[in-house]
Design a protein around this ligand. Structure first.
Ligand code: PLP
Length: 382
């Protein structure tokens, strides 16, 4: 299989990740911090290592400000539902994944919040559009760092100070950027940073994290055992436990820690450049081939490893995806990519696009095989 669906989840994982998962599962997979015996202590230490690794990688304030979550959706829901109150105004964009759009739309429909969805231009959010949408009631600005449909990197460094000046909270969805686009929490005033562990940080599925900055005071919506303070009738108030009820995915964290170490060694910029150079070939091909179009504005300097192609008239992205899989053993993602608003803005709703998202282990030969396959399918060779 030629796997070009790394924006959904990365595959394969780097070898040290498989080794860490195997080692931890065989030697240390006890319930972290619950029982006090040496295996439980070892398991708890892995969570601690994970918080330190994240804090160092993203330059956060304190390892205890990192919450382990099930995935990015979980992290975003904890941030959104834990921060807004009735009457608040929230700003978001048309680039968002449903993991931001749906909870916000549900809160808007229930009359809890008012919502402004700013329009991107060819895949990019203008910081001035955020400034104009702010009101005295704006509590939260929830934006993606990199579009999962287009791969366009948003100017978060310019947006963050605008949001901070207005005294609102900034929630950044780094699902497509964490691990490939450098994020420095000490240089950029981001209050809440959410991402999965299973994409460009190379942990397994079932991992994710949320950074809770000092200005954010989140209500927990999941309460339960935390391994300590058992006599307390209610959830302990201190981070990270206040937001981490229940047994955490410590095995996943063991894989994530190995993934972060691998990314640090390789360097995010180097990983991004590799993916973008593979996509540059796809862009050149689409521009030279009748019927195909790149969705959004291609700017290699502001792009991560995902690209959407608008397919020739008479073809359906789903059929192309099926043909690539069944006849060529190539994995891509066709359709709407859980982000309907940007497809509406691009005019590709409801059929969507063909999304290609290479990873560090893809080669130029993989891309040539894909382009030949697309040529054959649309020429009716199949
Ligand atoms: C931009 C963006 N946000 C959020 C998510 C949700 O991530 P998860 O599947 O880890 O919940 C994704 C997943 O593809 C994404 O691309």
């Amino acid at each position: 299989m030629i796997y070009l669906d790394n924006a959904a989840t990365s595959f394969p994982k780097p070898e040290p990740v498989y080794q860490a998962l195997d080692r931890f599962a065989r030697t240390s997979l006890a319930n972290p911090g619950r029982s006090g015996h040496r295996m439980a202590v070892r398991s708890d230490r892995m969570l601690d290592d994970g918080r330190h690794a994240l804090n160092q990688f993203f330059r956060g304030e304190d390892p205890d400000r990192w919450i382990f979550t099930l995935n990015c959706t979980d992290a975003l829901n904890i941030a959104i539902k834990g921060s807004v109150n009735p009457g608040d105004h929230v700003i978001t964009s048309d680039l968002e994944h449903n993991s931001i759009s749906r909870p916000l739309r549900a809160l808007e429909k229930a009359g809890v919040i008012s919502l402004t969805r700013i329009a991107s231009e060819q895949g990019y959010i203008d910081p001035d559009a955020v400034r104009k949408a702010l009101t005295p009631k704006t509590k939260l600005v929830a934006l993606t760092h990199t579009s999962n449909v287009l791969g366009t990197i948003q100017p978060i460094e310019a947006i963050a100070p605008i949001v901070r000046e207005a005294d609102a909270l900034l929630l950044v969805d780094a699902a497509q950027s964490a691990g490939v686009v450098p994020i420095d929490l000490r240089a950029t005033p981001i209050d809440l940073l959410a991402f999965p562990g299973h994409k460009s940080l190379y942990g397994p599925t079932g991992t994710g994290a949320l950074y809770v900055g000092p200005r954010a005071n989140l209500r927990p919506w999941r309460e339960g055992g935390t391994g300590g303070d058992s006599a307390s009738e209610t959830q302990p108030v201190q981070l990270p436990f206040v937001l981490e009820g229940g047994t955490p995915n410590v095995l996943g964290v063991a894989g994530l820690v190995a993934g972060i170490a691998w990314v640090s060694e390789q360097k995010p910029d180097v990983l991004r450049n590799h993916e973008v150079s593979l996509l540059q070939r796809v862009v050149d091909w689409a521009e030279a081939t009748e019927g195909w179009k790149v969705a959004g504005r291609w700017d290699a300097a502001r792009h991560a490893g995902a690209l959407s192609l608008i397919v020739p008239e008479g073809f359906h992205p789903l059929d192309l995806g099926l043909a690539l899989d069944s006849a060529f053993e190539i994995a891509i993602r066709p359709g709407l990519h859980c982000a309907p608003y940007i497809h509406k803005a691009l005019g590709t709703f409801p059929d969507g696009t063909v999304r290609i998202s290479p990873g560090p282990f893809n080669t130029p030969e993989h891309i040539e095989t894909l382009l030949h396959a697309l040529t054959d399918i649309t020429a009716g060779v199949l």
